[in-house]
Every structure is written in structure tokens, then in C-alpha cells.
Design a protein around this ligand. Sequence first.
Ligand code: GDP
Length: 321
Amino acid sequence: MRTALITGISGQTGSYLADQLLEDGWVVHGLVRESDRRPASSVEPSPVLHDGDLADAARLDELVDSLAPDVVFNLGGLTSVAASWHSPIETEAVTARPVAVLLDACRRSAERTGRRVAFVQASSAEMFGQAEEVPQRESTPIRPLNPYGAAKAYGHHLVGVYRAAGVDASSCILFNHESPRRPETFVTRKITAGVARIHLGLESRLRLGNLDAVRDWGWAPDYARALALAAGHPGDYVIATGVAHSVAEFVAMAFAAVGITDWRSHVEQDPAFMRPADAAIQTGDASRAREVLGWSPTMDLESIVSAMVAHDVALLGASRG
Ligand code: GDP
């Protein structure tokens, strides 16, 4: 039976990855902070959870040593650009440094036991910053614009360094990926939850920042599947849909999903949600992932928005009894 260790298992993509690997018969271990620990799952099989902090290098070493997994998936760390401006030092400690600790633990474990430990890093399109070319591909220059992007860039480069040193290491450059498990700190879930509240008459307005920002939004479970496919296929892979939409278009689709067409009368622009520097047009070219991994996205944006709005309407309806 194959064994995986996942950091960030309690996050959106980590939880989908765990579900998929368990379904495929893997033994799944996950690193969680005690504060993120949820009540034990009643669904069998479930992952084995280990308490620990990503900033605790000795703990990461000990887990890789004792579990000797087939694959380490590193999805942990701060996930938001906004948070990285508030905590640049913590961003380095939990988003950049653990990549070095884990890659080196994989290398040493393979040397000691003779069994290879593959490594898959969840990198981010945020590394491209004001990208020189559209769409972005694996060869696009990396020029981050914020502490989060810089920490991810370090991790991405280190994967290349360890791959050259013989570790089966992959870096999946994930473009934005959304689902009902996204927290409301991200614009997509903020919109779908806000639309659900407006639809149910609990609120009348949605306050947003830059409506012209453009993103390539995919379906998070598809991106979890890409990470699983990359294990044992060392390389860099852009994971994206290749289709860009603006925040305004996302808003229009979300309101349309509950039958509201005059969405502008419900939306206010609030300078508090504008970014000091916002990446320009992010769209990815996932040709390499398609050719080498056989990966392709299964959902277009309209289906993603419908699924998220339906989930939020049901959730809010249920909580009101
Ligand atoms: P990111 O791409 O990882 O930073 O994901 P987000 O979902 O946080 O942001 C996506 C885009 O939406 C960015 O260009 C934001 O500037 C833009 N945006 C516009 N209004 C908002 C808002 O109210 N909240 C957030 N989080 N982003 C917003």
C-alpha cells in the first residue's frame, strides 16, 4: 500500500487530495496544527493526523523519518497574498523554509533506506507577478510582487535544485482553484456566500475591491488530482484552465445563478479591499501537464460558480432551519 504525508491537509486542496488518495487505497498521514484539528472523521478510511507546526523543522524531519512515506505533498503555509503583507516573516517560516526541510528529509531518507521518497510542491501562479507573457508557462520568468509570491518562488527553485540532486521532486504551479471549501478571505467564496445572503434576504449589498482583476479560476478537486498525478513524474507543471475571467464576470455569473440580472445594484466598490499591487492577467498554459501527466480540467467557470452558489444557498438555508 502506498503512503503519503500531506502538509496543509486541513486546507481546501489538501482535504480534497486526502479524500482522493484514500479512495485510491493510499494510507494518508497529515500534519495539522492543534488549533486546526477537527473532530475525528466518521468516514472510513480516514487520514492519520499528526499534530505539528510547519515552522518546527525537527518535527517535520521526525515525521518523514518515522513514516518513510512514498510521497510527501507540501501544501501547507499561508495561502493568502493579503495575509503575507501583514506577516512577511511568518510567511517565510511556514511557506518557504519547510520546503527546504522536507526536501532534505526526503533526500536523507532515500539515502538511508534505499527507497525513494517523492516530493510534490504546491507552487503558485503568484510567483509570476506582472507576467511578461500571457498565458504563463513553466518557462515564464519568475518575478513575484508580494511576500507570498517570493516565498513560493523560493520553494519552486529549491524543488529544481533537489531534482538536479536526484530527488523525484515536482512543482505544480497552481493557478487559482476554488470550491465550496474555500474560505471567504478569497474573492470567489466571498462572492458566492454574499450572493446567497442577498438571495435569502439577509443582506442587500456585497462590498468588493478591484472588479477588473482577471484570474484563471479552476475547480480545486481537479488541482488536487494534478498534484497526485505529479508524484513520481519529476518536473514543473503549470496547472490551469487557460481561460481568464474578471472578478466582475464572476460576480455576474454568481448573481445569475440565483436569477438576479441587475447585479450592479447589489455591489459596492470598497477601497479597503483594493490591493497595493495586484498581479496583472493570470492565465496558465497547462499543455505540459496534459502531455506528461494526462491531466485536464473537468469544470468550466460557470459550473464552478453554480456549484459554489448552490452550496452556499443550501448551507445558509439549513442553518436558518
Ligand atoms: P489571489 O489571486 O490568490 O489573491 O485570490 P483572491 O481570491 O484573494 O483574489 C483574487 C482577485 O480578486 C485579486 O485580484 C483581488 O484584488 C480581487 N478582489 C476584488 N475584490 C476582492 C475582495 O473583496 N476580496 C478579495 N480577497 N479579493 C478581491
